[in-house]
Design a protein around this ligand. Structure first.
Ligand SMILES: Nc1ncnc2c1ncn2[C@@H]1O[C@H](COP(=O)(O)OP(=O)(O)O)[C@@H](O)[C@H]1O
Ligand SMILES: [Mg+2]
Length: 350
């Protein structure tokens, strides 16, 4: 459906999108997840033909967005980060105007606008001025504009940003229902949003794709460190023996022993190395060491932990790249990226 190949966008010498390649298949809800400044909006603006790329290609249903923008854009409905609304128009006037801009034939406009209003749940406010609507309704009007003309793909840039919790739930429900008829791509810097709404996640950090997987798979496969918590009948004088016995278990990375709130017991935490399921090995090692296990629980890391790890790991990789590039270029005063700058930038945008 959409094929992005080696897409790069530079603003001056700042690389906002860095050799990004990915595929969008029909019929799913995709999430672009990344911290502020990751390059999500830039990527969306390029896919939708609002921004030129520095290098790389984007094809939509076989049409190159740069060579055949008209044909490519027909397949896409877009809600940019700042919705292009006209506050002094009524909802209906605005949507009729948007339908005209999209080249929907006059005879079909009323019907299409009505349909978009029904789908987005804004029929009740169709005659109101846009400026008098709540932010949640304004966002729905923006979504109605995006779905006009029944495009195959709907691209929504941070569609719930700035909404209150009730409005967020409504807009998420709307996005889920759009996913039944359309391919949807939405961006967010909020993990829970992506994990609740999207089937498939692209994690973007500093313009690069750092992970791409089914939401479920991301949660299970990429969660590198499982933690097994045990309550065993023992006291702290046995700690060293317990640590050495459990550390020897297959896949275990490190073991911590602490006092337990329960008298006569200690609490043991065994951390797994990446991609290891250590439950069985830990249990057997504990029994092998003659321990009485009263309780055993497993914790997996959240998508949030995975996300942080991926986006932080990328920082380091990036600096290494930068350094090697610099070696054959004239010395630069300041590196293009540094963590402080990114944090500041994130803060500003919030
Ligand atoms: N018009 C622009 N001129 C210069 N830099 C820009 C421009 N737009 C975005 N950037 C920079 O490109 C990077 C990616 O921005 P953006 O695509 O908006 O990220 P996101 O949507 O993920 O927050 C950021 O570092 C941002 O400051
Ligand atoms: Mg953005």
């Amino acid at each position: 459906m959409i094929k992005i190949e080696h897409l790069t966008k530079k603003y001056g010498n700042h690389t906002a999108v860095d050799d990004l390649s990915l595929n969008i298949e029909p019929g799913r809800i995709y999430g672009f997840l990344g911290p502020n400044g990751a390059g999500k909006s830039t990527t969306m603006n390029i896919i939708t033909g609002y921004l030129a790329a520095t290098a790389g290609t984007v094809t939509i249903d076989g049409h190159d967005i740069f060579k055949e923008p008209g044909k490519a854009k027909q397949h896409i409905g877009y809600l940019p980060e700042i919705p292009p609304l006209y506050p002094d128009m009524t909802v209906l006037e605005y949507l009729e105007f948007a339908a005209e801009l999209k080249g929907i034939p006059r005879a079909k406009r009323t019907e299409e606008v009505d349909e978009a209003c029904i789908t987005s749940g804004i029929t009740d406010v169709a005659d109101r001025l846009i400026k008098n609507l709540s932010k949640g309704y304004k966002q729905r009007v923006g979504i109605a504009q995006a779905i006009l003309g029944a495009p195959d793909v709907i691209i929504l840039d941070e569609p719930t940003a700035g909404l209150d919790p009730a409005q967020i739930i409504e807009v998420r429900d709307l996005i889920r229902s759009l996913g039944k008829e359309h391919t949807v791509i939405l961006s967010s810097h909020i993990l829970s949003e992506i994990s609740e709404v999207c089937n498939y996640v692209f994690i973007i950090s500093k313009g690069k794709l750092v992970a791409a997987d089914e939401t479920e798979e991301l949660l299970t496969h990429m969660n590198g460190s499982q933690e097994v918590d045990l309550t065993v009948k023992a006291d702290l004088s046995q700690a060293d023996g317990i640590i050495s016995a459990l550390s020897a278990a297959d896949g275990v990375d490190n073991v911590e022993v602490n006092d337990s709130t329960e008298s006569g017991c200690i609490s043991v935490k065994a951390h797994a190395g990446k991609d290891h399921d250590i439950r069985e090995a830990v249990f057997k090692a504990a029994v092998g060491a003659g321990l009485t296990v009263l309780e055993m629980t497993t914790r997996s890391r959240s998508l949030e932990d995975v996300f942080l790890e991926l986006t932080t790991a990328e920082d380091t990789a990036d600096e290494t790249d930068e350094a090697s590039e610099d070696s054959d270029a004239p010395a630069k005063e300041t590196p293009e990226y540094n963590t402080d700058e990114t944090l500041k930038e994130g803060g500003d945008e919030e």
